[in-house]
Design a protein around this ligand. Structure first.
Ligand code: ATP
Length: 232
């Protein structure tokens, strides 16, 4: 049994269909990247996993349990943490308070506030600062740290690198090995294909709402990726 199983998932917004018959498996302990162009449906896919979009129960299974109808807040309790695109932190709260909010489920696990500060020492230095005044990279680190505070079995990361300078992206990604070594399974959406291929055990590519390519980075060619990404 895979940690996350998605079967024949189709969904959208009102009459607009964004995803078509998606089948996806995410294995315990792996880092799985979903790539694809703007509007391909990557964020929509993550929203169906974290519960912001509900589906038929059996379309999404977590640890074998059908969760398609489970509300988002309950999925956090089950061990699914979602770090949305755009670094949504609570602007008026301090760094420390933002992290405490992330830990509200009190799920047991290795991630404590000290462990998050160890992972991102810059957050420790900024602990009493309001999130409002942080840079984009600092906010991204905080958003990931807050996600970890729920001690997820599955961490969903949406567009970590969006709008950040390459050097900042590098810094954020430097934290990934420690997250993975801690046993956290990671499903990340990334427009930066190079970054995705570097970090992921497996990559899936979405094209206009359809899964068109899946494999290990070492097993798929540049040509296959270009074809899947652009549909040529
Ligand atoms: P991006 O990198 O631009 O976020 P994406 O691959 O994450 O792209 P989605 O955000 O999942 O793509 O969008 C998939 C499709 O669904 C797009 O055509 C988009 O316009 C549409 N869409 C996304 N969110 C909504 C919404 N709230 N209401 C209506 N349509 C939406």
């Amino acid at each position: 049994m895979s940690l996350l199983e998605i079967d024949h998932l189709s969904c959208g917004y009102g009459h607009f269909q964004a995803l078509f018959d998606i089948d996806l498996r995410v294995e315990q302990g792996e880092t799985h990247a979903v790539i694809g162009a703007n509007g391909a449906g990557k964020s929509t896919l993550l929203r169906t996993i974290c519960g912001l979009i509900r589906t038929d129960p059996d379309r999404v299974r977590f640890e074998g349990q059908p969760i398609g109808q489970v509300p988002a807040h309950k999925r956090v309790g089950l061990g699914i943490s979602y770090v949305p695109e755009g670094r949504w932190v609570f602007p008026s709260l301090t760094v420390h308070e933002n992290l405490l909010v992330g830990g509200h489920t009190r799920r047991k696990g290795i991630w404590t506030i000290d462990k998050v500060y160890e992972l991102f020492p810059l957050l420790a230095r900024l602990r009493n600062r309001q999130a409002l005044g942080l840079s984009g990279g600092e906010q991204q680190a905080l958003a990931i740290g807050r996600g970890l505070m729920a001690n997820p079995r599955l961490l969903l990361l949406d567009e970590v690198s969006l709008g950040l300078a390459p050097v900042v992206v590098e810094k954020i990604y430097e934290a990934m090995p420690a997250i993975i070594e801690a046993g956290t399974t990671v499903l990340l959406v990334e427009q930066d294909v190079g970054q995705a291929l570097k970090i992921a055990d497996r990559v899936s590519c979405l094209l206009e709402g359809r899964l068109v390519l899946e494999g290990r980075p070492s097993e798929i060619s540049q040509e296959q990726i270009v074809a899947a990404y652009f549909g040529v």
